[in-house]
Write a protein that binds this ligand. Sequence first.
Ligand SMILES: [Zn+2]
Length: 436
Amino acid sequence: MTNISDLETRVVQYCQDLIKFDTTNFGNNKSNGESKAAEYIAHILDDLNISYKIVGPDHNRSSIIAQIEGTEKSLPGIVLHGHLDVVPVELNQWSKPAFEGIIENDTIWGRGAVDMKNGNAMILSSIYVLIKSGWKPKRNISLMFFADEEAGGALGSHFVTKNYPEYFENVTEAVGEVGGFSHTLSNGVRLYLIETSQKGIAWMKLTSKGKAGHGSMINNENAISKISKAIDNLSNHRFPVTIKESVRTLLDETAKAYGTSFDPNDPEKIVSLLGNLSKLVSATLSNTANPTMINAGYKVNVIPGEATAYVDGRFLPGEQENFVDDIRNIVGDDILVEAETFDVALEAPFKTAIVDSMIDSLSAEDPGAKVVPYMLSGGTDAKAMSKFGIKGYGFTPLLLPNDLDFTSLFHGHDERIPISSLKFGARTMHRFIKTL
Ligand SMILES: [Zn+2]
């Protein structure tokens, strides 16, 4: 068997096997646990004589970390990372089982098929065939598969960076999820989007205080009315458009593909040409703040003394100092605003050697590839590593069918990955890792 057919067989097997471990992360420290998936990866590393540590705050919530020594000590190290957990499933909304890794219509179905057991499988299968062929990296590679990414990473990437900083010494770059996937424009031009930037996170709790009392009487200090007004103000607020470099390059290149030019005064015109990607790209033009939960009252004839709402706030790079204060101004003095979860925004350069290697790997597998940067509206484990000055990139390469609404599969029903896309990803990842 040649290396490449072994690679393709393995990536499918690993992806199916990893999906079979139900690693659902419910948030608020409730989880089915990642440890069985970490042990599965340990067996693969055992076979390669790569030493590793299985680590975590308790025996259910394991991450697995390993190091492959590079041959050129003068070069900086690199992290290749994935996460082992997945978000919950509403099983009655699925047409296939979510944790069996079944194959139907040349597609692997199941939770984690795109987020991101596919990516773990690509890294592992590439490392496997490379090491078995006698290859050694020039750079030190830290291999990390984290728990708890889907709840912000406190028990995974943040735990590991805090307790095992030696794995990040002299590391300059980290390569992980949500990037390198194809998006074919309506005119047939195929873009590949590498994530070079991501928004910051501010998950906020809003509280209004009022005067509790009888529902039949006049009450000018109704906590529910106050919180409703605050949410209304927030929903009607238009955050100013600020076009960051990664977004600018993406929109310039998209415009160019249509033979037109990008007008910063009318960004939505070009954003709309991105079809089903536009809801993501549109969110990277400005800060956003979406109300997501509201809680107040307990009986129809009682006015409660307090009401709370939760807001998912996301800010652009460079805006983290002011963002929460801006929210306070929008909702007004009457509302207490607390940022319960807060994490940084990231920006990494696109014109750099590591991205050139990604571009070369993609172009070797798809000669028509037009590779562009983009900003992720969400966040990844790269945030935890940024405290060491490590630049994060999203690169889980996939050549996707033109009609697949890929971003909707993230956390969506019937999550699935075409096998041809997965094999393309493994071949591209293999080429990329080989350059390290
Ligand atoms: Zn993910």
